[in-house]
Design a protein around this ligand. Structure first.
Ligand code: NDP
Length: 288
């Protein structure tokens, strides 16, 4: 078997086009332009790249982008005061504080200060609670992107066995909640799980969100299963340039899986697209 390659890059482009249309419709109907505020504290190079991409794609969709860069030594009081002003600003519909934060700032404390109605990352406990009680949450962007990719190849998730490897607050747990809300039978695996390969072999849908390069092999996968690889890991190469790989050994797994996401080009590009979709949704809710 050679698995269908699920193209996250193409799908993300489609989501961005839909968002751009939604932005126009909202402007025409209500005179409102969705606005996303991104807050970056410090100069972490990877975070700077993410934030640049977010700003570029936000503007390309016709939304307003508000970009706040704070010094790494910024005090809790200054950051909280900025978040309060963004909470109160009617032109800002979504607020994203780029993680990780410098050590002297507590990310949970900061996230809880964001108005849940503007928490387009879906990390506020109010949104987490809504997600687990089948409410109307903002869903964290990476798992939301994974669900959209999954539905593009399998609209009927109810009754399927799903295994999520990883239980982080930003990927594993919300992914499991989304699959449960779609009536899958969900197992959450983690570093203490016994005989992980045999647990994974039960999965019709396997999500890997671990951070271990190419850990999942062909013999961990049920023939025909759908495999979503969230991992982004840099490995060394002979030419010294290195390359990105997922948590799944793509070539090996493709011989057994029914459909699989590549890395790069899988869930990664969907993350920012879903952030834009969440911001549009927040702006729509603000006028309804
Ligand atoms: P975390 O480090 O927060 O969580 C990793 C999880 O994997 C933990 O629950 C851990 O278990 C589990 N784990 C670690 N080792 C093993 C093992 N040997 N067997 C089984 N489970 C294991 O990572 P994140 O969830 O933040 O990210 C996971 C991956 O996804 C990373 O590669 C990251 O770069 C990528 N990522 C990609 C995004 C994107 O596409 N935009 C966004 C976010 C993340 P335990 O809880 O027991 O420690």
């Amino acid at each position: 078997m050679t698995a269908t390659r699920i193209d996250g890059k193409a799908f993300a482009e489609q989501v961005r086009e839909e968002v751009a249309e939604g932005v126009k419709a909202l402007q025409e109907a209500h005179g409102v332009t969705p606005g996303l505020a991104v807050v970056l504290v410090g100069e972490d190079p990877a975070s700077q790249v993410y934030v640049r991409n977010k700003v570029k794609q936000t503007e390309a969709c016709g939304m307003n982008s508000f970009h706040h860069v704070l010094d790494a030594s910024t005090s809790r009081e200054s950051l909280m005061s900025l978040i309060k002003s963004l909470n109160d600003d009617p032109e800002v519909h979504g607020i994203l504080v780029q993680l990780p934060l410098p050590d002297h700032l507590d990310s949970k404390d900061v996230i809880e200060a964001i108005d849940p109605a503007k928490d387009v990352d879906g990390f506020h406990t109010s949104n987490v609670g809504e997600l687990w009680t089948s409410g109307e949450p903002f869903v964290p962007c990476t798992p939301l992107g994974c669900l959209k990719l999954l539905k593009s190849v399998e609209p009927n998730i109810a009754g399927k066995n799903a295994v999520v490897i990883g239980r982080s607050n930003i990927v594993g747990r919300p992914m499991a909640a989304l699959l449960l809300n779609e009536s899958a039978t969900v197992t959450i695996a983690h570093s203490k799980t016994k005989d992980l390969p045999s647990v994974c072999r039960q999965a019709d849908i396997l999500v890997a969100a671990v951070g271990r390069p190419q850990m999942v092999k062909a013999d961990w996968i049920k023939p025909g299963a759908i495999v979503l690889d969230v991992g982004i890991n840099r490995i060394e190469t002979d030419d010294g340039k290195g390359r990105l790989v997922g948590d799944v050994d793509f070539d090996d797994a493709s011989t057994v899986a029914g459909a699989i996401t590549p890395v790069p080009g899988g869930p990664g590009p969907m993350t920012i697209a879903c952030l834009l979709a969440n911001t549009l949704e927040a702006a729509k809710r603000s006028v309804s």
